[in-house]
Each structure stands twice: as structure tokens, then as C-alpha cells.
Design a protein around this ligand. Structure first.
Ligand code: PHE
Length: 479
């Protein structure tokens, strides 16, 4: 049965899709600011250590398990373990929660592209009527209908790509979009670092400052760990899903490293693109994390650039949009794959990818509508657990379910499934055809390291991250 599964057309295509999943809003607005606020270069070192000792093992584990089973997270765990069966479900649920806010923010990018086009031509739908970008953003988020409309547009783009299938949709789109994103990023960097006052932003980001780490190591560790997980799309079965469509010939260790390195480089480059511009205009106060950095500070920068501003604004929001779309398609794919796997298991002959993708998208839209109408808490909706809706969905997915998912996968591999079998997943699966004993020639070089990571390092690191989250949330004051 397994050989009938759709496949990526090439390893390059797989890499573009996987890097596309990893590179997203997390890189562009999360990383630069968190790095600057938590110790600059010192934070980067910690991040790299976490990526090496935690991220690599989780990435490799997910790709190997997915490829081994040829299924998404629910199917993989159902096939391999009774005890861990529910972990797959948690992954799919995380995907829905992330999409609940991701689509809304993706929609904001489209809105800002439209705005900048308006400004290029001095049209009425530009930003002209507003005193500054703050007023503009405020008016936008307090208009629930507009928020929902742009969310629908973003989700529709995502849905159409996923409907095109693994190779015809996701891979073909990513193969063009990711290199394009890179070029746009370079152009943005050149503009940003040549603005007067830009150096301050670079200093904020890179200057080594061990104080935050000395003063509150646990907090910084949790920030770096959470960021790494979200940024690498780990802990919810996304890479498992993408791995399940990968040919058994490909080298998983090499791919894992390439995805992590590429994602980290783009995160750093995004900082070099965003922070100098933010500082050039407003100093550190303006370089806030999250939506206000992207949609207020930077839009102000474009507004202050004169005639060329709207052009750079359009280019920048297009860049962010592409990053968001290639991540969103991977999130939709996790849920779509779940339905396709289930249909295959039930022996359904006429399972339709398009139908499942539509179904998944409709449910995601329902959740996202809440976040869109909430407008970052500005429209008076009830606050679950005292949080605005975007933070609520973010807390449960990024804050809880993803680290938990990663921890449980590591424990599963380390103590139940055992590394021996993953070794088969990495090397023996290199067999070209069923029954043929020719190995693809890759040795599982990191086997000992991977084993220690799964058994000890990943579970401990994840347990700490979860504890810090719970501590912070309930205000226990342990750390
Ligand atoms: N990695 C994406 C980002 O950095 C978010 C994401 C998380 C995508 C989990 C897929 C799965 O924005």
C-alpha cells in the first residue's frame, strides 16, 4: 500500500517545502526582537545550542518516523504505539490552533500590500487618510468585517495550493516562492541597513549582553526554546507529515541539518532587514515584537521613505506573505493528510484530497474568525483565561502542545520504540525497492548522539520549558 503514496518530485523540492514551513512569521517578527531583548549574540549562542541538542533530534525523529510509517502523526503513532497514540491527535489539534491566528496575520499582510499599492498610485485605499501607521492599524483592527475578509483571502490561497497536492501544489509553489523570498529579503536588507541610524538596530540585535542570561537564565532558555520549536515547525507532526512523502533514498540527517541551518540564517537575515529600519525611525521603543513591529513601526518607515516607500512596503509585505503562506500550507497539509490516511486505512477508493482540504479549511476559518473579529483584543470579545484570543491559541499550541509533543516523541523513540528501529528508518529505508537489499549507502552517523538526545536531553529541556510556561502563566514565581 505504501508505494502508492504521493511523493515529492525531488529532494530539492522537499527541502524548499520544509524550509518554507519553517521560515514564517516566527522568523520575521519573533526572532529578531527576542534576540535583541534577551542578550543579542549571547541569545544566539543559546539558540544554536538548543537547535543542535534539541532541534536536530526532534527534526530527525519526526522525519524518520513519518517516512517509516508513510503516514501523518495520527497514523504514525497509531501504527507504532498504543501508549502514545493520542500524541498524534494533539499534533493535529495544534495545527488547527496555530492556523486560528496565523491566517489572520497572513490576511493582515495582504491588507498592507493593498495599502501600499494604493499609496503608489495615490489612490483612496492607500494610507493617506490616516495621521500615522498607528492610527491606520487601529482603524483596521477595529473593523472586524475587513479582518475576516482578508483572512478568507489568505486561507483561500493556502487552500488552493494544498488542493494541488504534494508535488503539483506544495512543492511547485515552494520551489519558486522560497528563492523569490530570499531575493526579496536581500533587497530589503540593502535598503534597511543604508537608512540613517540603522546601525543602532544592528547593535541592539547583535551586541553580546550576558545580563539577561545571568539574571534570568530559565526565562531566556524558555524564550529561546519556544522560539526554536515554533520556528522549526517541530512538535506537532508537521515534519512527520512532510517526511511521509519523502523517498526512501534521501538522506534524513543531511536534510535535517539543512532545514535547521536555513531557518536560522533566514531568522538572522530577517533581523538585519527589520531592526535597522525600525531603529532608524523610532529607536528601541519602536522595535516592539509582534504585530505592532510589522504593521505599525515598519509601515511608518515606508511612509517616511518618500515616493519609493510604497514600493518597498509592497515588497516587504509580499515577502512576509510568502513566508506565511508556505508555513500555512504545511499546517493545512497535516490535517489533510490525516483524512487521506484515514480514508486509505478504511480502504476508501474515492478519497478526494480537494474535499478534505476544503473541510479542513472551513474548520480553520471558523476558529480564525474569532481571532479576526477580536482584532488583537480591541473589539471587546470575552477573554478566555484572561487572554486575548490570539494569545489564547498561541499559548495552547506553541506554549503547551508543541513542547509536550516533542517531549513525548523523544520519550517514545528513546524508551519504547528504541533507537535501533529509527536506525532502520534512517538507513535501511534507503533500500531502493521493496525486498531489494541494496542500501542507499548512508550510515546513521549521529546514532549515539541522537540516542542521548531522545533519552535525556530533549525530555529534560522540554520539561523545563513547560514548567517555565506554567509558572509564568499561573504566576507561581518558581523561576
Ligand atoms: N515555523 C513557522 C514560523 O516560524 C510556524 C509553524 C509552526 C509552521 C508549526 C508549521 C508548523 O512561522
Amino acid at each position: 500500500m505504501e508505494h502508492t503514496r504521493a511523493k515529492w518530485g525531488s529532494n530539492f523540492g522537499f527541502l524548499m517545502a520544509a524550509i518554507g514551513s519553517a521560515v514564517g512569521l516566527g522568523n520575521i517578527w519573533g526572532f529578531p526582537y527576542k534576540m535583541g531583548a534577551n542578550g543579542g549574540f549571547a541569545f544566539l549562542l543559546l539558540y544554536l545550542l538548543l537547535a543542535a541538542f534539541v532541534g536536530f533530534a526532534v527534526m530527525l525523529g519526526e522525519l524518520a518516523l513519518g517516512r517509516k510509517s508513510g503516514r501523518g502523526p495520527v497514523g504514525t503513532y497509531a501504527l507504532l504505539s498504543k501508549r502514545f497514540k493520542w500524541v498524534g491527535w494533539m499534533g493535529v489539534l495544534s495545527g488547527f490552533f496555530i492556523m486560528a491566528f496565523y491566517t489572520v496575520l497572513g490576511g493582515y499582510c495582504i491588507k498592507y500590500m493593498v495599502l501600499n499599492i494604493g499609496d503608489m498610485f495615490g489612490a483612496g485605499f492607500g494610507s493617506g487618510a490616516f495621521a500615522d501607521a498607528g492610527a491606520l492599524f487601529g482603524a483596521f483592527i477595529t473593523n472586524p468585517l475587513e479582518g475576516v475578509i482578508y483572512t478568507v483571502i489568505f486561507l483561500a490561497i493556502t487552500m488552493v495550493i494544498v488542493m494541488g497536492g504534494i508535488k503539483g501544489g506544495i512543492e511547485n509553489f515552494s520551489k519558486i516562492a522560497m528563492p523569490a523570498l530570499f531575493v526579496m529579503l536581500v533587497i530589503t536588507i540593502i535598503r534597511s541597513v543604508t537608512l540613517p541610524g540603522a546601525v543602532e538596530g544592528l547593535i541592539f540585535m547583535f551586541k553580546p549582553n550576558f545580563k539577561p542570561i545571568q539574571e534570568n537564565f530559565m526565562q531566556v532558555l524558555a524564550v529561546a526554546g519556544g522560539q526554536m520549536f515554533f520556528s522549526l515547525s517541530l512538535g506537532m507532526g508537521c515534519m512527520m507529515t512532510y517526511g511521509s512523502y519523502l523517498s526512501k533514498k534521501e538522506n534524513l540527517e543531511k536534510n535535517s541539518i539543512l532545514i535547521i541551518v536555513a531557518d536560522t540564517i533566514v531568522a538572522i537575515l530577517a533581523g538585519v532587514a527589520v531592526l535597522p529600519a525600525a531603529f532608524a525611525l523610532g529607536g528601541e521603543g519602536a522595535a516592539m515584537a509582534g504585530p505592532s513591529l510589522l504593521f505599525v513601526t515598519l509601515q511608518n518607515v515606508f511612509g517616511a521613505m518618500g515616493a519609493i516607500g510604497p514600493f518597498f512596503g509592497f515588497l516587504f509585505y509580499l515577502l512576509v506573505l510568502i513566508a506565511a503562506v508556505t508555513s500555512a500550507i504545511s499546517l493545512v497539509e497535516v490535517a489533510t493528510t490525516f483524512f487521506l490516511d484515514r480514508a486509505e486505512l478504511k480502504g476508501k477508493k474515492n478519497a478526494s484530497r480537494k474535499k478534505y482540504t476544503l473541510l479542513v479549511s472551513i474548520v480553520m476559518l471558523a476558529l480564525a474568525t474569532i481571532v479576526a473579529v477580536d482584532g488583537l483584543g480591541s473589539n471587546g470579545l470575552p477573554t478566555p483565561l484572561g487572554l486575548i484570543w490570539i494569545d489564547f491559541f498561541d499559548l495552547w499550541s506553541e506554549g503547551v502542545m508543541m513542547p509536550l509533543g516533542a517531549m513525548l516523541m523523544a520519550l517514545f523513540i528513546g524508551y519504547e520504540y528504541r533507537v535501533k528501529k529509527v536506525e532502520n528508518g534512517v538507513t535501511m529505508d534507503g533500500m531502493l525497492l521493496e525486498g531489494e537489499v541494496t542500501e542507499s549507502g548512508y550510515r546513521f552517523r549521529s546514532r549515539g548522539f541522537f540516542d542521548v538526545c531522545c533519552k535525556v536531553i530533549v525530555p529534560i529541556a522540554m520539561a523545563f520549558i513547560l514548567l517555565v510556561q506554567i509558572d509564568g502563566f499561573f504566576g507561581l514565581g518558581i523561576f
